[in-house]
Ligand binder design. Structure first.
Ligand SMILES: [Zn+2]
Length: 442
């Protein structure tokens, strides 16, 4: 290295601020050479492991897309790395990091060090983390009219967005805000949290729920319950890395005609070359009633779906189960979900049915964002408590927290976590430095 290079190195020393609960990796710095091709990472690692640990490196230029660069990096990368101070990883960037990238958006160069240091966490241990109080507190933090046209609604919408932004942006997730203009009246905002898969980050499962309400309803069941599930799931999977990617999406403007999900799919999802394995949409997952007769069964449903109806009748019309709605194209997702729920949450009652095509003949089956996925050829199922066939408070001022059954709701969240675990597969990797934004000269 010549003197000129050293000076440039000094000028381009950038500091990685490492967030999270990581105590193993410290003093993590990045240096970029004057040609802006070589990235040098320095860090101390106190991780004790008999056979040494395995390191992998991935980087992102702030667009939410990660590139695993382990095979191109050298020095302390790969298998059997021993702990110690002054560890180095050197990475030659494929192309010169452009001026724009380094000057304007070096701030958004995110580097993530993946360390495999432990056995894969068992799914049943992950499930034990979900508790009723956690789910309840999330619902309480969101509940209240979230209708875009009035002052109170807007205030609550913004408070919810703040919660989503904080939760989705922390703890090893990449936050993306998908905004859109709604009839020149307001800006709709979908919140997307992405956890990139370790082995196949193009393979993704999506869990979604809308957070807006209709006029003057507190929307506890519809749909603070679904959003509370997203917030709980984030906490449960935050410190765990998975083989496949997981995307959690909170939709805006569902109540205005599935507007948020349409924008998300058309303007975001379809532009990414992702292999979407399955979509689980959560809308109204908190209202249960174990009294016989509390679940109504519309005649049209009885005629069209005799098997599911027979179960409701046998259950003496008790509204104590969760409904899994699929279309023909999504049967594989429905079966997988049912299978994992039965295995891991055996005391959750569920009844599944599937509509032909995209459910055009059964408008009731299309009443949430899963229908937008169906219409665009994605495999999606809806999970809900039966809506207005059970919950008389649907779209009323009486859709309040005191009507919800948090014990049952926690079981529903568990079933979703079980699906995530089985399909995305937890690994023994821990991610130690995501959200590590690089700023020149700090
Ligand atoms: Zn809803």
């Amino acid at each position: 290295m010549n003197n000129r290079l050293i000076i440039f190195f000094a000028l381009f020393v950038v500091r990685l601020s490492v967030l999270g609960q990581n105590n193993f990796v410290s003093n993590f710095f990045v240096k970029i050479d004057p040609e802006r091709i070589v990235l040098n990472f320095d860090f101390d690692c106190e991780l004790e492991c008999e056979k040494g640990t395995r390191f992998r490196l991935r980087i992102s230029f702030g667009n939410g897309e990660w590139e695993d660069r382990s095979t191109e990096a050298y020095s302390q990368i790969g298998d059997r790395i021993q702990p110690g101070k002054g560890k180095k990883i050197i990475l030659e960037h494929r192309n010169q990091i452009s001026n724009a990238e380094s000057r304007q958006s070096c701030d958004s160069l995110v580097v993530s060090l993946l360390i495999e240091n432990g056995p894969t966490v068992e799914l049943k241990h992950m499930l034990e983390h979900i508790n009723v109080e956690q789910v309840r507190s999330k619902v309480f933090s969101i509940v209240g009219n979230r209708y875009y046209k009035d002052t109170e609604g807007l205030k609550n919408l913004n408070a919810t967005r703040k919660i989503l932004s904080k939760s989705f942006g922390e703890k090893n997730f990449t936050l993306f805000r998908d905004t859109f203009n709604y009839r020149n009246r307001c800006t709709g905002q979908n919140y997307v949290a992405i956890k990139n898969g370790i082995n196949d980050n193009r393979r993704v499962i999506i869990i979604s729920a809308h957070y807006d309400t209709v006029y003057e309803t507190p929307g506890a069941d519809d749909n603070a319950s679904g959003v509370a599930a997203l917030l709980t799931l984030i906490e449960c999977i935050a410190s765990q890395e998975f083989n496949s990617s997981i995307m959690l999406v909170a939709f805006d403007m569902e109540e205005q005609g599935l507007v948020g999900s349409a924008h998300f799919i058309n303007e975001y999802l379809q532009k990414k070359s992702m292999d979407v394995i399955g979509v689980i949409n959560l809308d109204m997952i908190g209202y249960f009633n174990s009294k016989p007769g509390s679940q109504s069964l519309p005649d049209e449903f009885k005629e069209s779906f005799p098997q599911a109806s027979a179960k409701v009748i046998k259950n003496r019309h008790r509204g104590d189960f969760i409904v899994l709605t699929a279309n023909e194209n999504s049967l594989s997702v429905q079966h997988k979900f049912e299978e994992t729920a039965v295995t891991f949450v055996p005391d959750l009652n569920l009844i599944a049915y599937a509509v032909p095509d995209n459910g055009e003949k059964y408008p009731e089956s299309r009443n949430s964002d899963h229908a937008t996925f169906w219409d665009n050829g994605y495999k999606a199922i809806s999970i809900g408590d039966g809506g207005d066939t059970r919950n008389r408070n649907y779209h009323q001022k009486s859709d309040t927290v005191d009507k919800l059954n948090f014990e049952q709701m926690a079981k529903v969240v568990k079933s979703v976590l079980a699906y995530i675990g089985v399909v995305a597969e937890p690994t023994g990797y821990r991610e130690f430095s995501t959200k590590a934004y690089v700023g020149i000269g700090h």
